[in-house]
Design a protein around this ligand. Sequence first.
Ligand code: NAD
Length: 359
Amino acid sequence: MKVFDYMEKFGHEQIIYFYDKTTGLKGITAIHDTTLGPALGGTRLFNYNNEDEALFDVVRLSRGMTYKCAVGDCNCGGGKTVLLGDPSKVKSEGYLRAYGRYIQTLNGRFYTGEDMNISEKDVDYMMMETNFVNGRADMSGNPSPVTSYGVYWGIKACAKEKWGDDSLSGKVIAVQGVGAVGYTLCKYLHDEGAKLIITDINKARRDQTAKDFNATVVEPEEIYSVKCDIFSPCSVGAILNDKTIPQLKCEIVAGCANNVLLDENIHGDMLMNKDILYAPDYVINGGGVINVYQEFFPPYNHERTLKIIEKIYDRLLYIFAYAKKNNINTQLAANAYANERIKTIGSIRSNYIKNEKNL
Ligand code: NAD
């Protein structure tokens, strides 16, 4: 697909290509939808095989951010940048500052920060050239612990929906991936008395997690078929597909990972037909974005932010009820909820107000 095909298909407002001849910086910024406010989304540096791959990634990720912001009650839209290059070779002060200058040209239509292969130190260089950066350590900080916190509350909402009681004590929970978010989630679950089964392709990490939280370890390919109450995907995307869903022996799927369903229609329906309750990924894992969004309301207050993140619990219950009422899978119900919020807020803001801030 070409650029305008994507824009027409997914409704992107703007896709910007940039190249800096001094440093070799090459990137694409996609702004999906700014109905609710400025686009928010990280900057990812990756050695894509070609431009088409990079374009596909940035289109998909920016659209996901629109939905994540909309369901997280954030007045922001969705955006993302992908930088094309080998992370071990391309980065330098000049490269990152050149990128910061492109962000500045967007004049606040897009706020960005860390993502894959872009560190806090890299963001420091970007900030020498742009004001439109968020999620730094001296502001809302590392998003992983708050993401885990939101997922923990989301899992409790799933338990409430499925079993009428949100206690996780004694529940068997299988966690796939115990990295930044999975490990902290295990801590919350363990503290509440859940029994953990874990896996990770990183042996040291899984052994440490097993030791810390008295968890049983299984091999990565075994995690789908372990008998458990809840399966919690916290590693990579697209892991629920035609091959893995038939293996599941759980009643709930709820975790931190993004884009868990290979196809939201087909695989969302497969889970529904197996009577497995699925917590839509961008709803349950939105804690990080909600945290960053709080930077727009200084001074940032961590306790206040945690309270806001806990609302993921009620939001999921609402989405489950909506899905039931309309007999659709929960991922599609989340999309409908997000679209409805964007439409309503966009519409009420079209009423004329004299001297409105934007005039
Ligand atoms: P991470 O790299 O720190 O952890 C991922 C872990 O998964 C690693 O330990 C890795 O070894 C393991 N892993 C990879 N492939 C695996 C496989 N096939 N089987 C078992 N384990 C495997 O990343 P993270 O920041 O913890 O993010 C995990 C997921 O959560 C990603 O999908 C990410 O997009 C999503 N997410 C993260 C955040 C955040 O704040 N970090 C926010 C929202 C969503």
